[in-house]
Design a protein around this ligand. Structure first.
Ligand SMILES: [Zn+2]
Length: 310
């Protein structure tokens, strides 16, 4: 049984839908990335669609050119070929599909929001945010609204936030079914640019999915809670037809914890060095993300079969 019923999904998409593989070069590729790639390439091929490769290096502090070139090498080695955003073009220089080359695009998107009076400057430190939240603070702590009416001028040391009104966002996840989320209650006014002047993941990814005309977003379940705020932001940026979202299972260690980039034993470089073949790595990733019953080797050309394609 394929993990997704293709026909109803295809009915929600254009004839040759565009999806994307969008890793961040903040470390080396690991099995978690390959599991996502199995879903992205497999679904794209099963649907007769296309894969865009986008490099999400919005976090200048954590991204490294060495990680980017290693990532491109590993994709080549695995035989995963994008239809848009060729590996060779990334190696050659600036690209419309690399976030650090897209400053002007983000400035334009920001101006669209600012012109509607939706953006304000915020000088809250992590400590301010924690204090406002009763010292319980993580990425999902809602913003207190402290700077909403302070009329701070934008500038160094100040972030930019999007004013979010209360409301419910509804979407029909291609795997998880109908969902409802309340972004203003979940996260509060959304950070678009941080205090260091870096575009945030939430802002960059929505601006990118719009400018790249991505129809289908296939990503791990850890991002499902971000979907409502991204739908809302996309609409405010002028998107009329939202992408379809598909959130797939994350792969986990035997103890149940999420894999991280620091997990040396699941790094593609390490597996390559230990003599693993590309089909062995793809097969193992497909098994760990639940789309194959065993870790049997899998050729890149056979990914569509996992999803009911040919
Ligand atoms: Zn603030």
């Amino acid at each position: 049984m394929p993990p997704i019923d293709l026909a109803p999904l295809a009915a929600r998409l254009p004839a040759r839908p565009l999806t994307r593989f969008a890793p961040s070069p903040t470390g080396y590729l690991h099995l978690g990335h390959v599991a996502n790639a199995v879903w992205v390439w497999g679904m794209a091929r099963a649907l007769g669609g296309r894969v865009l490769l986008r490099l999400e290096d919005h976090d200048r502090g954590r991204c490294r050119p060495a990680y980017e070139s290693a990532l491109l090498d590993d994709l080549d080695w695995l035989g995963l070929v994008p239809d848009v955003g060729a590996v060779a073009a990334f190696r050659a220089g600036p690209s419309a599909f690399r976030q650090s080359d897209a400053d002007e695009e983000y400035e334009r998107a920001l101006a669209r929001l600012s012109s509607r009076g939706l953006v304000f400057a915020c000088d809250c430190s992590r400590r301010d945010l924690a204090r406002a939240a009763g010292d319980i603070f993580d990425e999902e702590t809602p913003y207190s609204g402290r700077c909403r009416s302070r009329n701070l001028a934008p500038g160094p040391g100040r972030g930019l936030r999007l004013r979010l009104d209360h409301g419910i966002e509804r979407f029909d996840d291609a795997r998880l079914g109908p969902r409802e989320q309340a972004p203003a209650a979940q996260c509060g006014d959304l950070l678009l640019r941080d205090r260091l002047g870096q575009w945030t993941y939430q802002f960059a990814v929505v601006a990118d999915d719009l400018r790249h005309a991505v129809d289908l977003v296939i990503r791990g379940e850890d991002l499902v809670e971000s979907t409502g705020r991204q739908l809302l932001l996309g609409r405010l940026l002028g998107r009329t037809v939202p992408p379809v979202f598909l959130h797939h299972p994350l792969i986990r260690r035997p103890g149940g914890e999420k894999l991280s980039k620091s997990s040396g034993d699941t790094g593609i470089r390490e597996l390559r060095a230990a003599g693993a073949t590309p089909p062995a790595v793809l097969g193992r990733a497909a098994f760990l993300t639940g789309v194959q019953d065993s870790a049997a080797p899998l050729a890149p050309g056979d990914l569509a079969k996992l999803f009911g394609g040919r």
